[in-house]
Ligand binder design. Structure first.
Ligand code: GLN
Length: 451
């Protein structure tokens, strides 16, 4: 009944939102029946979920919202999805995203933008905008996104749901279409901290198929979020407190959050993250460099779109890529190729790796005196569809509070923090908590206090 109810709701309302790229009605209902009959069991038996359109499944298509992969059918399941299905979850469908996960608004998709369910004139954030919108519109009970520079936390914030980016290496990337391999991480969206903890518990952990997945077991009590955290020292970094950058509603939500922690007995400590200002430039060098390399595989021969009647092999490569990729993806490939080219490699790529280390060290030092850092997820609420589409730089700057966690590999969670006024309407904003690597159990417990 629950699976049917979600599918009915999607059929009725998703025309307005475009959260899903495709649904698997027949397969989902078949699995739901098996749950009813007791033939599928497990801790998530019968829980209907949605997955971002860049996680391979042996059913349906995996398009990454790109013309390049419009017809791509994978022949294996990504580990994260497989583990959730093994635990009994039911995949309702794949959700829309920015093409190859490059973007912050879910507008760079080849198959139309996703709209924010709170107000369809606004973006849902991105790149996992479809997965976040599916949660906000009540089109699933939980969903999976990927976060390379904020793509789970930022849309969670703009759609008023909870989203968790786990530690790099916590969830296997096997079967996740690569954007920037040293930053990409799969994570859950939920209606609560507990939802996110539960999904992470069953999809995370070591996987032989991904050599970067950490050989660290998921703690048995990861989803026991109501237990009081052992230590409660909340770090506040002045770099995230700028009244100039933050919307007044974000600034007051932050003050309120500090009060909530104080009332819970937390010690509030000031921490310094001096290299925060380099987060955006470093991220957009590292991410584009890795993307340019990862996306070299789409050559019209191995995968994806192939142009018709090419003149020769070079023309086959060039035209297949020109036709298959959208503007933002091309921009990133060019930026990344430039940063990696001989003569510029040391000045851009190599230098950005050094600053990445400094950013990571900032967090290590900060976590010597606190257990989690409290900060906004975004500077303000959602912007209008089309508003930033032709201004890539302003779109990139939008990621200022999220990219450093990916550069450092640490976990971060975004939780609903009330609303801010935009054009006379109230739209959601989010509050973020960042924690030390592999300390999700403590991070989730600390998050639960705020929720
Ligand atoms: N908005 C960022 C970008 O465009 C982050 C994307 C992501 O996390 N996948 O790269």
């Amino acid at each position: 009944e629950m699976t049917q109810a979600y599918l009915d709701r999607i059929a009725k309302y998703d025309g307005k939102i475009n959260a899903y790229r495709e649904t698997y009605d027949e397969r989902a209902l078949e699995r739901a029946k098996l749950v009813d009959e007791g033939k599928i069991e497990g801790p998530l038996a019968g829980v209907p979920i949605a997955i971002k359109d860049l996680m391979c499944t042996e059913y349906g298509k995996t398009c990454c919202s790109s013309k390049m992969l419009a017809k791509f059918e994978a022949f294996y399941n990504s580990t994260a999805v497989k583990r959730l299905e093994d635990a009994g979850a039911i995949v309702l469908g794949k959700t829309n995203m920015d093409e190859f996960a490059m973007g912050s608004s879910t507008e760079t998709c080849a198959f139309g933008a996703t709209k924010n369910p709170w107000d369809t004139d606004y973006v849902p954030g991105g790149s996992s905008g479809g997965a976040a919108a599916a949660m906000a519109a009540d089109f699933c009970a939980g969903s999976l996104g990927s976060d390379t520079g904020g793509s789970i936390r930022q849309p969670a914030s703009l759609c008023g749901v909870t989203g968790l980016k786990p530690t790099y290496g916590r969830v296997s990337r096997w079967g996740l279409v690569a954007f920037a391999s040293s930053l990409d991480q799969i994570g859950p969206f939920g209606h609560s901290v507990k939802d996110c903890a539960t999904l992470l518990k069953y999809m995370g952990g070591h996987d032989e198929l991904d050599s970067t997945s950490a050989n660290i077991a998921i703690p048995e009590d990861l989803d026991d979020v109501d237990t009081k955290p052992k230590k409660l020292r909340i770090g506040i970094a002045k770099q995230y407190m700028s009244d100039e950058a933050n919307d007044p509603a974000v600034a007051s939500a932050l003050v309120k959050a500090i009060e909530i922690y104080k009332a819970a007995g937390a010690e509030i400590v000031e921490v310094d993250l001096p290299h925060t200002e380099y987060g955006i430039p470093v991220y957009y060098i590292v991410a584009t460099a890795e993307a340019s390399s990862n996306l070299a595989r789409y050559d019209g021969v191995h995968y994806g779109h192939r142009t018709q009647t090419p003149d020769d092999l070079v023309d086959l490569y060039a035209r297949s890529r020109a036709e298959g990729f959208g503007d933002e993806v091309k921009r990133r490939i060019m930026l990344g190729t430039y940063a990696l080219s001989s003569g510029y490699y040391d000045a851009y790529y190599n230098r950005s790796l050094k600053v990445r280390r400094l950013i990571s060290n900032d967090f290590k030092t900060a976590f010597e005196s606190c257990d989690a850092i409290l900060c906004p997820t975004t500077t303000g609420p959602a912007f209008k569809l089309g508003e930033k589409k032709d201004d890539p730089l302003s779109m990139y700057l939008n990621d200022i509070y999220t990219v450093t966690a990916n550069l450092a590999g640490i976990p971060g969670i975004s939780m609903p923090a009330g609303t801010a006024e935009v054009d006379g309407k109230q739209m959601p904003i989010g509050m973020q908590l960042l924690g030390p690597a592999f300390e999700e159990t403590s991070l989730l417990r600390i998050a639960r206090i705020y929720e």
